[in-house]
Design a protein around this ligand. Structure first.
Ligand code: SF4
Length: 117
């Protein structure tokens, strides 16, 4: 590749990457704003969080705190991010600030646990 072609290639490549990064930032911002503006759904319409979900995996979410050696007996019901409870199929479930639009089990646990004050 000649010096001129290489320079032109690098210039175009940096512009493409810049546009992609910029667009991604705008998209993320719009998505967050849309999510924030979205009215809360009734609990009955929410689905259970899939432990294989990317974010759930990242914070090591487990549906039964007894299977998490780091839980030390703590679980969602005593976490400050847990709210709005109901019973589904005999188990307490609720919402979690971290997993918007999903339900978590009251007996679940993840590494983002923070004891209620
Ligand atoms: S942040 Fe708290 S309420 Fe949410 S899943 Fe983790 S332990 Fe449960």
């Amino acid at each position: 590749m000649s010096e001129m072609n290489r320079r032109k290639f690098l210039t175009v490549a940096s512009q493409v990457v810049g546009v992609a990064v910029f667009s991604r930032g705008i998209f993320k911002g719009l998505f967050s704003a849309a999510q924030a503006a979205e009215p809360a759904k009734p609990l009955a319409e929410l689905k259970m969080l899939d432990p294989k979900d990317t974010l759930a995996s990242a914070v090591k979410y487990v549906e039964d705190y007894k299977k998490a050696p780091t839980s030390k007996g703590n679980h969602c019901v005593s976490c400050q991010f847990y709210a709005k409870k109901e019973v589904k199929a005999g188990k307490e479930v609720g919402t979690c600030t971290i997993f918007q639009g999903k339900l978590v089990y009251g007996n679940a646990f993840c590494n983002s646990y923070s004891k209620k004050a």
